[in-house]
Design a protein around this ligand. Structure first.
Ligand code: MSP
Length: 646
């Protein structure tokens, strides 16, 4: 038997530096819909997603919370997985950059590129944007600031390994401009890459850091850790088993058919990634698709103060997974940004899903039940009046397939709904209620209803990749089965059994009272009150002397343990610069004792000793309210114990 054709599609691997939000859904939904369609078309599909877990941002966040970076990301990764489950994303592989096999691949690849002379050691001096973890050349800065986020950049310099990206500039330019390949879509991004990055001169790429320790260790030089993009981009081949023994799918699926992402990371995928692969002597992915952003409010970010927080879990629960899937894929025009609005989603649900699709299904099924007790008769009279609808249906599968696999979901879905509207018009033109009154017109009535049911079957097949919960419900209502709901059968006229039996089902998409619903959502996600300018004092004014009477010092934690029988207290031995002292603090709920050892903290050292749970406490460690708990006030490691705080 011939091997199935393969199809490999990827989402970016997301940073678990915060919980997933609706913005993260688009790439993943688009890939899921394409993967589902390709599976229906008989392809052996590999659809991958995952999380990009290393780097300074995550290291810092974990540090702030006093937990390990791995513990921090584990929680967030679980939330990403939960969201994908809720949205019914059928990925085949989920890669985490902390997975052993991925680490192996990155280390092996680094070694090979070093051995082959593509990686060299040097010193980096340049402009560095800490939040973006990106180095920029002077010419790339916008008004002296980071071109991605607009924030301040700083001079940075450290010993680092570099990848010879500059060497690949001519080949990359040729790749991007190759009219046969159309490597990067949309085309407008090709000019962006050439004008903004290749023409000004590609810089070699920093691929290791010594200051960020939350990363993959470089095996050939202790103290160096692989720097973000080399780690992240490699996921696309590590998860197939390239240079590791965990998987063995590289030969089968590589090169990827498409990498999908939003525009801000197109640069990394269309320049750096192909250059790595060229240096490795491996084939290049076939296509890079850089879509626009879902924007919120005035083209800006989601924010509590704007009251535009949209929780995908809540949306799925209230309106159904398919409504959200449909709305996002229908609204976003490939290449452009798309503002998200709940109102817009409600009107889409009402007009397209409830009115056009829902009504077509419920009216047709109801008429088949009313006029034929649910089972159509064999005898039918087809006429030329049926042709227009049938011809539109015939043209639909190829168009949908082409638009979906080139990320033009909006066009493909719009066309499906044009045909649905045509079918509704076909009902009005043929007036089944009039035919039903004339016994001799029964064969014509049967043909009209059969055409409608078969039309519904064909559009429901094409909608299946986008609305995987709805199509099976429709198939059940119209009496379709597995023989006439395959992708190929969407191209076949009248594949539904001639004497099909329909079944009344639930309303597919209840209409939404838009004003009421907007109000409900506003109650669920109220805009935050703007913060008052004046501080509300917690205590009355006091004399300066009262403050001056406190002896505040830096102390270093030498030992820390839980106090037996207390779930609140931690017992510390600290170095106060002059000797050791014991102190207790009620922060056991927020810290593991071992996480505090070695930290330099702020402490009042001249409080009268007092006993707590039988232990003497000599002073008070300062903490700050943090969410529902407390965090210790931590000082820089370089501060010596005993230093005066004033
Ligand atoms: N970790 C890198 C990607 C490495 S891929 C080898 C990263 N992560 S990210 O968490 O910031 O994800 C960025 C991606 O999330 C975007 O490219 C896009 O796919 C998706 N989106 C996040 N917010 C988005 C919108 N508001 N709108 C559309 N997509 C967005 O960059």
């Amino acid at each position: 038997m011939a091997e199935k054709k393969t199809f490999y599609i990827t989402t970016p691997i997301y940073y678990p530096s915060g919980n997933p939000h609706i913005g993260h859904c688009y790439s993943t939904l688009a890939c899921d819909a394409i993967a589902r369609m390709k599976r229906m078309q008989g392809y052996d599909v590999m659809f991958s997603t995952g999380t990009d877990e290393h780097g300074q941002k995550i290291e810092k966040k974990a540090q702030e919370l006093g937990i390990t970076p791995k513990a921090y990301v584990d929680d967030i990764v679980a939330n990403f997985k939960k969201l994908w489950k809720t949205l019914d994303i059928q990925y085949d592989r989920f890669v985490r950059t902390t997975d052993e096999y991925h680490i192996k691949t990155v280390q092996n690849m680094f070694e090979k590129l070093y051995k082959d002379g593509y990686i060299y050691k040097s010193e980096y001096k340049g402009k560095y944007c800490t939040p973006c973890e990106s180095f920029w050349t002077e010419s790339q800065l916008v008004d002296g600031k980071c071109p991605d986020c607009g924030r301040e950049v700083t001079e940075a310099s450290e010993e680092a390994y570099f990848f010879k990206l500059s060497e690949f500039a001519p080949k990359l330019e040729a790749l991007l401009l190759d009219p046969e390949k159309n490597f990067l879509e949309p085309k407008s991004r090709v000019n962006e890459m050439i004008n903004n990055f290749i023409k000004p001169g590609l810089q070699d790429l920093c691929v290791s850091r010594t200051s960020v320790k939350w990363g993959i260790p470089v095996t050939i030089d202790e103290g160096h850790y692989v720097y973000v993009w080399m780690d992240a981009l490699t996921n696309y081949i590590s998860l197939l088993g390239f240079m590791n023994d965990t998987y063995n799918d590289y030969e089968k699926y590589w090169p990827a058919d498409m990498h999908v992402m939003a525009k801000e990371i197109v640069r990394f995928h269309s320049l750096i990634w192909p250059a790595f692969l060229m240096a490795l002597g491996e084939p290049l992915p076939k296509k890079i698709y850089g879509h626009g952003w879902i924007t919120f409010g005035d083209g800006g970010k989601m924010s509590k103060s704007k009251g535009n927080v949209i929780d995908p879990f809540v949306l799925c629960e209230r309106y159904g997974v398919d409504a959200l899937r449909y709305h996002l894929l229908r609204e976003m025009v490939f290449g452009s940004d798309c503002p998200y609005s709940n109102e817009q989603m409600f009107s889409r649900i009402n007009s397209d899903l409830a009115n056009d699709l829902g009504n077509l299904v419920s009216r047709t099924v109801a008429m088949a039940i009313k006029y034929f007790d649910g089972t159509l008769p064999e005898e039918k009279e087809f006429t030329d009046a049926d042709n227009e609808l049938l011809e539109q249906l015939d043209a639909l599968p190829a168009y949908v397939s082409d638009t979906f696999e080139t990320m033009r979901f909006s066009d493909g879905l719009a066309k499906i709904f044009t045909v649905i509207a045509r079918a509704n018009k076909y009902i009005d033109e043929n007036e089944p209620w009039k035919l039903a009154k004339d016994e001799t017109a029964k064969p014509r009535l049967a043909a009209v209803l059969y055409n409608l049911l078969d039309c519904i079957r064909r559009v429901a097949i094409l909608l299946d990749p986008v609305m995987p919960h709805t199509s099976p419900k429709i198939f059940e209502q119209i009496g379709a089965d597995e023989t006439n709901t395959t992708w190929d059968s969407a191209s076949v006229r009248h594949a539904l059994a001639s004497t099909v039996t329909v079944k009344k089902g639930e309303v597919l998409f209840p209409r939404i009272d838009i004003d009421k619903e907007v109000e409900e959502l506003n109650k669920l996600f109220p805009a935050e009150e703007p913060k008052g300018k004046d501080l509300e004092p917690l205590k009355p004014l006091t004399k300066f002397d009262n403050f001056a009477a406190l002896d505040l010092r830096a102390v270093k934690v030498l030992e820390c343990e839980n106090v037996p029988k207390s779930d609140k207290l931690l017992k510390f031995k600290v170095d106060d610069g002059f000797g050791e002292r014991q102190v207790l603090s009620g922060i056991a709920k927020y810290y593991k004792p071992e996480d505090l050892i070695g930290k330099t903290l702020a402490m009042i050292v001249n409080l009268e000793p007092r006993k707590m749970m039988g232990y003497e406490s000599n002073g008070m460690i300062l903490s700050v309210k943090y969410g529902d708990g407390y965090r210790v006030v931590e000082l820089d490691d370089s501060v010596l114990p005993g230093s005066d705080i004033s």
